[in-house]
Design a protein around this ligand. Structure first.
Ligand code: IPM
Ligand code: MN
Length: 365
């Protein structure tokens, strides 16, 4: 049996509940493909702060780097909101992304037909939507220096810096162009080049990379317009590539096409490491109640199979199981609307159904 080591960071809020489902599904699927998963679970975020006084430790970062494959739940919660910047759970996540060098964050936005009625948007607008957001993850205003708070004439002020270098833009651009080659062959780069210097650098750098990909069609869109286009006509997009902050905001907006933020997985890649996490946060309001939607975490586990383990069939096996669960009508509260054929389910019920499905091997469709 092939042995694979991964680190799991369940984190805070609903993180542990959804990660445990994802790990169960992952282990079951891997064993079918003669692969044994050795999971090291470590504290992260607020949970780690409670234990060590820091949201992450050097040892935990080292363990993640060594394993190369990390499955994360979620971080954050109101009890840690007043901590200083470096002690906040989110600081751990940013440090982990930076230290793993995972500069490209892939967020697939796919509307499952079973859920086309679950969105707040009109079914005919969203049905068939299938695009990929490639968000730059280790640069931009999230990391730019200087960054400080000071005071001038008794008026306090704060500074963040949005900085992009050509090489930072071009490496993430290549991830987007490569992805487009395997999809619809179109890349839309999103920036604010009518105002921001860093966006003009972004656009120029993207155009240079496009010359290496004559077979891929490149277009540009301003981020404010893009926010509107995602709602107006989401089917127009194939691959969207954008900076760290814009990608953060646009992907939350895009999640509502899929019915719930609880449906969106993500894969952060670049270099030799992979970090897999649902896009949703720690949802402290429903944490510990057993009602969280585990499907984004489970779909992130599928991406882990695809990108880090090179187990495409295992990935499809998991994705098919998700589809079947949705087709069965089972819905966690975030997706549930009282329509015939659907039934309210909790986290464990969804998990059990998924495990039954992956155990039966539903890969052949
Ligand atoms: C995300 C989250 C994070 C981000 C937070 C928790 C730091 O919103 O992954 O989208 O802003 O990147
Ligand atoms: Mn976000």
């Amino acid at each position: 049996m092939k042995q694979v080591d991964i680190v799991a960071l369940p984190g805070d809020g609903i993180g542990p509940e959804v990660t445990s489902v994802a790990l169960d599904v992952l282990k079951t699927v891997c064993s079918k493909y003669d692969t044994e998963l050795n999971v090291t679970e470590l504290p992260f975020g607020g949970t780690c702060y409670e234990q060590y006084g820091d949201p992450v430790t050097d040892e935990i970062i080292d363990a993640c780097k060594k394993s190369k494959v990390v499955l994360l739940g979620a971080v954050g919660g109101p009890q840690w909101d007043d901590l200083s910047a470096g002690k906040r759970p989110e600081a751990a996540l940013l440090r982990l992304r930076k230290e793993l060098g995972v500069f490209a964050n892939l967020r697939p936005i796919k509307v499952h037909s079973a859920l086309a009625g679950a969105s707040t948007l009109k079914q005919e607008v969203i049905e068939g939507t299938d695009f990929l957001i490639v968000r730059e993850l280790t640069g931009g205003v999230y990391f730019g220096q200087p960054r400080y708070t000071s005071e001038e004439n008794g008026d306090p002020f704060s500074v963040d810096t949005m900085r992009y270098s050509r090489s930072e833009v071009q490496r993430v651009a290549r991830v987007a162009f490569d992805a487009a080659r395997l999809r619809g062959g179109r890349v839309c780069s999103v920036d604010k080049a009518n105002v921001l210097e860093s966006s003009r650098m972004w656009r120029k750098s993207i155009i240079e990379v496009a010359a290496e990909y004559p077979d891929v069609e490149l277009s540009h869109m301003l981020v404010d317009n893009c926010a509107m286009q995602i709602i107006r006509d989401p089917k127009q997009f194939d691959v969207m590539v954008t900076g760290n902050l814009f990608g953060d905001i646009l992907s939350d907006a895009a999640s509502m096409l899929t019915g719930s933020l609880g449906m969106l997985p993500s894969a952060s890649v670049g270099g030799e490491n992979g970090l897999y996490e649902p896009v949703h946060g720690s949802a402290p309001d429903i944490a510990g109640k057993g009602v969280a939607n585990p499907l984004a975490a489970v779909a992130s586990a599928a991406l882990l199979c695809r990108y880090s383990l090179q187990m495409e069939e295992a990935a499809q096996n998991i994705e098919n199981a998700i589809l079947k669960v949705l087709e069965s009508g089972l819905r966690t509260a975030d997706l549930y609307t009282k329509v015939p054929g659907t039934q309210l389910a909790n986290t464990i019920e969804i998990a059990q159904h998924l495990l039954d499905l992956v155990s039966d091997n539903v890969v052949a469709e």
